[in-house]
Design a protein around this ligand. Structure first.
Ligand code: MN3
Length: 245
């Protein structure tokens, strides 16, 4: 590792500490430990450069420390405005978008979704893992082959117009592929099949963030190259646990 890289990592570690401090402050806004709404930025869980060369360290650092933190901060701000939402878990919030008071519905949808999606995305990334038995069986059963899954997933990821996500979800024992615009999520109780909304709902098993902030520094406008590189950093261990769970 050269000196520049070491300094970069050291600087990154300091920025991460700063983010953690902000999250603690957000929590104290509510006074009582354990009251949700005081959501925190979860640690990335690995070094920013862990996914090189497929996803670069700078992208990971900005994506986690800056973009994800904004979703957490704005989610907390929205909950502060709507007392009935305090005490709910993140999953309860995003599964009940329809029942959310209108004044904060958009904010919970965008920032609660953003917090959930990114927390999930960090966990689904890891180099050098292999598909497990349960995942392989489920993929063969649902798509016929791994190649078909990859082809359909890539097509869906490339077909997201503007910002959004592509997903593999589990529904009634089958794996399905879907996409969501913006920070929507297949767990949200939004009417499916309408323009601008996820076509299918289910339990997320894998996901790719196709917002430009997820890939632009390295891939610029070449989303297809980023999506193709994704298979090198998909955490099959996590996929296996989700398929089994
Ligand atoms: Mn993102």
């Amino acid at each position: 590792m050269n000196t520049d890289r070491r300094d970069f990592i050291k600087a990154s570690a300091i920025i991460t500490l700063g983010a953690a401090t902000n999250a603690s402050k957000a929590e104290s806004l509510f006074g009582i430990q354990g009251i949700t709404g005081a959501f925190e930025l979860p640690p990335l869980g690995y070094a920013y450069d862990s996914l090189e060369p497929f996803i670069d360290a700078q992208t990971m650092q900005i994506h986690h420390d800056k973009h994800h933190l904004v979703y957490v901060t704005k989610l907390n701000e929205a909950i502060e405005k709507e007392i009935s939402l305090k005490g709910k878990t993140l999953e309860e919030l995003i599964k009940n978008i329809n029942g959310t008071p209108e004044s904060v519905r958009g904010a919970i949808r965008n920032h609660g979704g953003g917090h959930w999606n990114h927390s999930f995305f960090w966990q689904i990334l890891k180099k050098d893992t292999k598909p497990g038995e349960a995942s392989t069986a489920a993929i063969n059963n649902s798509f016929g082959s791994m190649e078909n899954l990859k082809k359909e997933f890539e097509k869906t990821a490339l077909g997201v117009f503007g910002s959004g996500w592509a997903w593999v979800i589990l529904k009634d024992g089958k794996l399905l592929i879907t996409s969501t615009p913006n920070q929507d999520n297949p767990l949200m109780d939004l009417p499916t099949g309408q323009a601008g909304i996820a076509t299918k709902q289910g339990k997320p098993i894998m996901a790719i963030d196709v917002w430009e902030h997820a890939y632009y520094l390295k891939y610029q406008n070449k989303r297809a190259d980023y999506v193709n590189a994704f298979w090198n950093v998909l955490n099959w261990d996590k996929v296996e646990a989700l398929v089994k769970g």
